[in-house]
Unconditional design. Structure first.
Length: 658
């Protein structure tokens, strides 16, 4: 790999008017971050500090300094965030560069893998398996093993099998090492799980598919084992900019490292908001960054634009109890507000009454609309009393953290038709659409697929009429007729492909499967067709469905007018409201009983994230009795409440039993 030109030498002096604009638009810390001339740069940015804004201004500044847009790569974690970054950049520089690399880690990984699919044993039209697809494949494989029905249920419980395999791959550990450390109570199944993990890798190769983990792992593998690939991309990318760096895992950190020899590495994040260890995020990536990269500049962005000084002070008082962190102290210059409230109540029913009483007051006394109010919680099992109370009062609400739209059965059904014509080796999709047909069951499909998969193109072989099932021939012919029409339409008109599936095969199936929900589920398919109008090809559409998380939640990411928000704290990250309630602030609930002293720090970071979602009003509640445990006295108020200094909140006591 040739030696790159020096970072400082690659920048030109920008227009003085541009520098003047930066000084007007950014505070001093954001300005320092946007204009720093260091090869390694860490923006340590607290909640509400405008970190993404600063990152976009830095990208714009590099372009203004003569860096070609195609020499920049912007990486983030959601398509929504990537879209917002591109929109802001377009506003700043007056155009959106066509060759700019900006997207999620997974979408960029998919793009690189499509360009180099042969090196990974696939063709460019590979399928991307979502978590549900992988679970179905693993369940099918497990059914072929000599394991009792009871053992199968234990292995598949809460997708344990998939989680163990994913954890091993993302941590670099063997299946045995993962099971011995994290799942010793399932070690009796080590042999069968290790075998299925091996078969799963073979199945993905056979069916021309990658799963989510592969989009990063195989990207890393390409760079580490094919120098011509890593040279091509690393020499092109002169400046790598990464948002939400605290959420990166070991694989993502290694990918970033591979760019460091040729690129400037600029990351922005907040170790105090690292809350995704269960997704294998490694807080050590951001904690070690200043020492890891030579000549690293650390810029602290501590001004909070979101919250009142009182809310910011409570957040500071809480997070300072974490020992291992990059120190910073948020401050706010917003007008002073009310102190956060801690309400002590008798039980969850009285907690719900407290929440409803204050919702009424916020709306009628302070004119806060419902969409600016949120109720947050550590786990969704804490919400029934709140939801029952809202329903009794006729108060409309929306929830976050629920089932994704594209995981709904009818959406998965319809997409399977499209996946088959896109990647004819997609066994999972073939199985789904075949076994829906009248008279065609799993056994008949297995016999048919055993022959089809041996063909160079299973779809072409099926359409030629070379293979017929022993049973369900009428259903098979109906399916082939629909697939033939899809092939004839071509891959460009995606909405028409969806309509064709509905008109010629799936509409009857939908009515049979969901006679009482037909209209509602049909509406979801119509919504899918409308969304498809923005794509020029089936390839773009299918990849978007897998990698786009915000479009397909049951509740859109934008708040609906007139509706309160109920949300897990993990799902609330990145959002904000005028008023926030945090319920269930009890030991065993928050922090969760599943956590111990070794990971209490992450639970405290989760509380920090929850508290900083509020702009003006923050209300926390804890109760004495926990009738979820048959009326037992609760374990007491959360440690996160007990460690707060009394002068940073106002205590409201509704229960004399405390």
């Amino acid at each position: 790999m040739k030696e790159p030109e020096s970072f400082l030498g690659s920048l030109q002096n920008p227009d003085p008017k541009w520098i003047s604009l930066l000084k007007d638009e950014l505070n001093s810390a954001q300005f320092d971050f946007a204009t720093a001339n260091h090869k390694a740069l860490l923006g340590l940015a607290g909640p509400g500090s405008g970190k993404t804004r600063a990152l976009v201004y830095r990208a714009a500044h590099l372009i203004r300094c003569g860096i070609h847009p195609e020499e920049l790569m912007l990486l983030t974690f959601t398509n929504k965030a990537a879209g917002e970054m591109k929109e802001r950049l377009e506003t700043l520089i007056g155009f959106l560069p066509n060759r700019l690399w900006a997207g999620t880690f997974h979408s960029i990984g998919a793009r690189i893998l499509r360009a180099n699919a042969a090196l990974a044993g696939r063709t460019a039209n590979f399928t991307i398996l979502d978590e549900d697809d992988s679970r179905i494949i693993l369940k099918q494989m497990l059914s072929n093993q000599e394991v009792s029905d009871e053992d199968r249920k234990l292995i598949m419980q809460r997708n344990l099998l998939g989680r163990m395999i994913s954890q091993a791959r993302n941590s670099g550990l063997s299946i045995r090492e993962v099971m011995e450390e994290f799942y010793p109570y399932r070690l009796e199944y080590l042999e069968v799980i290790a075998k299925i993990a091996e078969l799963y890798e073979q199945k993905k190769l056979e069916t021309n598919a990658f799963d989510f983990d592969d989009l990063l792992l195989c990207w890393l593998d390409l760079f580490e084992h094919f120098p011509q690939v890593s040279d091509h991309y690393c020499l092109r990318v002169k400046h790598l900019l990464v948002d939400e760096f605290q959420d990166t895992n070991l694989i993502q950190a290694r990918i970033i490292d591979l760019f460091s020899g040729t690129s400037s590495i600029c990351v922005v994040g907040d170790d105090a908001q690292s809350i995704y260890a269960f997704r294998y995020a490694q807080i050590g990536n951001i904690l070690s960054f200043p020492e890891k990269y030579e000549d690293c500049r650390l810029v602290r962005m501590e001004k909070n634009y979101r919250s009142t000084p009182e809310i910011v002070e409570l957040a500071n008082c809480s997070i300072r109890h974490n020992q291992e962190q990059l120190p910073k102290k948020l401050y706010s210059e917003n007008p002073a507000g009310d102190k956060p409230v801690i309400a002590r109540v008798c039980d969850a029913r009285q907690e719900a009454a407290f929440v409803l009483q204050n919702i009424w007051e916020l709306e009628h006394t302070y004119s806060i609309p419902p969409e600016e109010i949120a109720v947050l919680y550590r786990s969704s099992y804490l919400t029934p009393e709140i939801e029952f109370s809202l329903a009794r009062k006729g108060i409309s609400y929306q929830t976050f953290g629920g089932v994704k739209f594209f995981q709904k059965s009818q959406i998965k059904d319809l997409l399977a038709y499209l996946k088959v014509i896109y990647n004819s080796r997609d066994e999972n999709s073939w199985r789904r659409i075949s076994t829906m047909q009248q008279g065609l069951g799993p056994t008949s499909f297995d016999k048919l697929w055993a022959k089809l998969k041996e063909q160079p193109d299973p779809l072409a072989a099926a359409l030629n009429g070379d293979f017929q099932p022993s049973r369900g021939k009428a259903g098979w012919e109906s399916l082939l007729s629909t697939l033939k029409q899809l092939v004839n339409l071509g891959p460009e008109d995606v909405p028409q492909l969806i309509t064709t599936v509905m008109d010629h095969n799936y509409d009857v199936i939908l009515k049979q499967k969901y006679p009482d929900q037909y209209t509602e589920r049909l509406g979801g398919l119509e919504r899918l067709a409308i969304y498809a109008e923005r794509f020029e090809s089936l390839a773009q559409f299918l990849e978007s469905l897998i990698l786009e998380e915000s479009v397909f939640s049951d509740s859109e990411s934008a708040f609906t007018a007139g509706q309160l928000t109920l949300s897990t704290i993990h799902s609330a990250k990145g959002k904000e409201w005028e008023a926030v309630f945090i319920i269930g602030m009890n030991q065993g609930h928050f922090p969760s009983q599943r956590f111990d002293d070794s990971n209490l720090a992450e639970e405290r970071r989760l509380f920090y994230v929850a508290a900083t979602r509020a702009r003006r009003y923050l209300m926390l509640s804890t109760y004495r009795e926990d009738y979820r445990n048959y009326g037992a006295v609760s374990e007491g108020p959360s440690i996160f409440l007990r460690e707060l200094p009394p002068d940073c909140y106002r205590l409201v006591d509704y229960d004399s039993g405390f």
